[in-house]
Design a protein around this ligand. Structure first.
Ligand code: HPA
Ligand code: ZN
Length: 326
């Protein structure tokens, strides 16, 4: 069977990766040591054993605790560089990388340390690996809209270091419309807009991400299959969904990968893409996501080609890259 080899070697764009979710336990312990931060686990193995989640919140609690080791610009550089080298091995040519500044600024880490560290890794990836990497600043939806507005203001001195904004963290109870004003402001600033919606939350959250936030892509969006009208709209507009199969499995959005609806969404004409979300926590980088979801759902080389093409078309790269001949 040559399908895994095709999946591994085909060029691809990754559009849904939280950089804090790429922090591997080994690097986390190294940073804890050098920054004198105490972790709640005594070893890499003990930490890995705690990666047993039953929903989004059970993951987020551990993910935010892990991020506490990140303190200096060099820490952000090292984390991002490690991801980019790993992505390069998976033949990622374009990466649009989420980061959560509020997770860090609340602990007293300067905004500049976060953004400059990540940005420098993206620049080095361009020159040393040939990867085109860009940053997307995410607002934490469990916090207030005023805190998001303040975070945007604080990041504006680095406006040219990120191409867009996103919305992540605890979904249910925090609908997109809570962030209507800050997203409107981001639109005025010429920033791209994306939002997590329909990971655990209802189709109504996808509707409001589109209509209120003017989201250009929906992160996850797998709950759209519960709403036929929404499916029609997403297919007709070709609004991309950045689907993350192993994340959905680990957070129990689907009981098994064989029950995942990605193939159904793709065959209904939606602009589906495959992504890794938080690869250090969910058991695999991009190629592992491709290989496992293909094995579980019986997708073939035709699906692979469509998913790879969708990833470039849905990216915020220039037109030549988006229409790349793959
Ligand atoms: N959903 C919401 N917030 C997140 C995620 C996710 O999958 N990963 C990191 N932050
Ligand atoms: Zn995500």
């Amino acid at each position: 069977d040559r399908l895994p080899e095709l999946l591994r070697r085909m060029p691809k764009a990754e559009l849904h990766i939280h950089i804090e979710g790429s922090l591997e336990p080994e690097l986390m312990f190294e940073m804890a040591r050098r920054n004198d931060v105490k972790l709640a686990y005594s070893s890499v193995d003990e930490l890995r054993r705690a990666y047993d989640f039953n929903n989004l919140q059970s993951f987020l609690d551990i993910y935010y605790a892990g991020a506490s080791v990140l303190q200096t610009e060099q820490d952000f550089y090292d984390m991002c560089w490690a991801y980019l080298e790993r992505a390069h091995a998976d033949r990622v040519l374009r990466a649009e990388i989420f980061f959560d500044p509020q997770t860090h600024t609340v602990r007293g880490v300067p905004m500049g340390a976060v953004i400059e560290g990540l940005h420098r890794a993206c620049q080095d990836a361009q020159t040393q690996l040939g990867i085109d990497a860009e940053l997307i600043l995410c607002f934490l939806r469990h916090l207030s809209e005023q805190e998001a507005l303040d975070t945007l203001e604080e990041a504006l001195p680095w406006r040219d270091r990120f191409i867009g904004v996103g919305l992540d963290s605890s979904e249910v109870g925090h609908p997109p419309e809570k962030f209507a004003r800050v997203f409107a402001r981001c639109g005025e600033l010429g920033l791209h807009r994306v939002a997590h919606a329909g990971e655990e939350g209802p189709p109504a959250y996808i509707w409001s991400a589109l209509d209120v936030l003017k989201a250009e892509r929906i992160d996850h969006g797998v709950q759209s299959s519960k709403d036929a009208k929404l499916m029609q709209r997403l297919a007709q507009q070709r609004t991309a969904l950045t689907v993350c199969p192993l994340s959905n499995l680990k957070l129990c959005v689907f009981p098994q990968l064989a029950q995942h609806n990605i193939r159904q969404l793709l065959e209904a004409g939606l602009a589906v893409t495959v992504n890794s979300d938080d690869p250090a926590y969910f058991g695999g980088y991009l190629n592992t996501n491709f290989i496992e979801i293909f094995a579980a759902t019986g997708m073939d080389a035709g699906h692979a080609y469509q998913l790879a093409r969708n990833s470039f078309e849905a990216s915020f790269a220039d037109a030549a890259t988006r229409q790349r001949d793959i």
